[in-house]
Design a protein around this ligand. Structure first.
Ligand code: NDP
Length: 329
């Protein structure tokens, strides 16, 4: 099969020169494996950390001259009695067109009449991340004023809508650029959309949330976290989900964390995979919201393995609305 390989570790920001498409020989499948033709694959911010040698992420580092991997959804072409040809499976061997997948490491997906790609997005790990963060990490309460950063992205657009559906009284979101900020209110039902490039996020939060924030869902870290802490109410709660802005030259000094102390704020980091027990409840709830039209699930889809690296680099630069995916066939 064809796969995207890491040809060289990036020294700064990753670029096309760090990757290469190469042939990857496929082993014969064993009795505990199925041969899968990948249909969609996920493009994730956490990949950036995995390209380096540091361990500031929650999985393994990519190896030079080895194929990348990541979440994917495919159709079984050579299966077993339990997982026959034609079954849809979600698994971790993305970034290649075909894969021999251990059945134990795959999830059989019953699409329930919902478009397949949503099972990698709002009904997959990204939607689940939003749900776990709100429901488990910080316990959304009826009447909360909620702020979500990277709010036009996959996790953020889900988190903002879930918060509203679960009883928040006001939901604010931030995103880069006027078009994305407008989408937050017009498409995703946020009460306010902030363009963080137009003015400092701290100024915007003071203007949009004069009565303070009760719950902050943080996808960005850095300046957004500092600004949110300054606008938090007493005993506010922060779900620390991701830090996509981190490591940049403009990272603010961390003495702003003093606000967490002064205001008795709870900062709760979480990793979605620790909360599998919530998944059935999450899938039922989100499938119902989608079917009833109360939830909008946006995706930005690039076509073909040859465009997968571009999709990843574009996502880091904000080129996506909703879930960034690559369609493989
Ligand atoms: P998104 O779809 O949100 O895509 C990333 C977005 O980040 C871009 O579209 C861009 O939007 C924004 N962005 C990039 N750089 C910056 C910056 N310097 N400042 C502010 N915004 C920036 O990705 P995901 O929904 O897949 O992931 C969102 C977050 O959730 C990530 O931090 C990820 O690591 C985290 N995550 C955490 C998990 C967990 O278990 N804790 C599991 C899965 C994801 P814009 O145009 O608005 O700038």
């Amino acid at each position: 099969t064809r796969a995207v390989f890491l040809s060289e570790r990036p020294s700064g920001d990753p670029g096309p020169q760090n990757f290469e498409i190469r042939d990857l020989p496929l082993a014969e499948r064993t009795a505990d494996q199925v041969l899968v033709r990948n249909l969609f694959m996920s493009v994730d911010p956490s990949m950036r950390g995995r390209l380096a040698t540091s361990e500031m992420h929650y999985t393994t580092n990519f190896q030079v001259d080895a194929p990348l991997d990541g979440s994917a959804l495919g159709v079984v072409v050579d299966g077993t009695e339990d997982v026959p040809a034609g079954s849809y499976v979600r698994h971790r061997l993305g970034w290649r067109e075909h894969a021999v997948v251990d059945i134990a490491a795959a999830t059989v997906i019953e699409p329930r009449g919902i478009d397949l790609h949503h099972w990698l997005g709002v009904l997959g790990q990204t939607g689940f991340t939003a749900y776990v963060g709100l429901v488990r990490a910080v316990g959304l309460r009826t009447g909360d004023t909620v702020f979500v950063s990277a709010a036009a992205g996959a996790v953020g657009s889900a988190a903002g809508q879930f918060a509203k559906l679960l009883g928040a009284s006001r939901v604010l979101g931030s995103a880069g650029g006027p078009d994305k900020a407008a989408l937050l209110t017009e498409r995703f039902g946020f009460d306010d959309g902030i363009d963080y490039r137009e003015r400092p996020i701290g100024d915007a939060l003071r203007a949009f949330a004069p009565d303070g924030i009760d719950l902050y869902f943080d996808n960005v870290g850095g300046d957004h976290l500092v600004a949110a802490l300054a606008s938090m109410n007493q005993r506010g709660r922060v779900a620390l989900c991701g830090m996509i802005s981190n490591g940049g030259p403009d990272s603010p000094p961390m003495d702003h964390l003093m606000n967490a102390i002064l205001k008795r704020i709870t900062l709760q980091g979480f990793i979605v995979r620790d909360h599998e027990d919530l998944r059935p409840e999450f899938e039922d709830q989100v499938a119902e919201w989608l079917a009833s039209g109360r939830l909008i699930a946006e995706s930005t889809i690039h076509d073909g393995l040859d465009n997968a690296v571009d999709a990843f680099l574009s996502m880091l630069g904000g080129g996506n609305v909703g879930k960034m995916l690559v369609r493989l066939s």
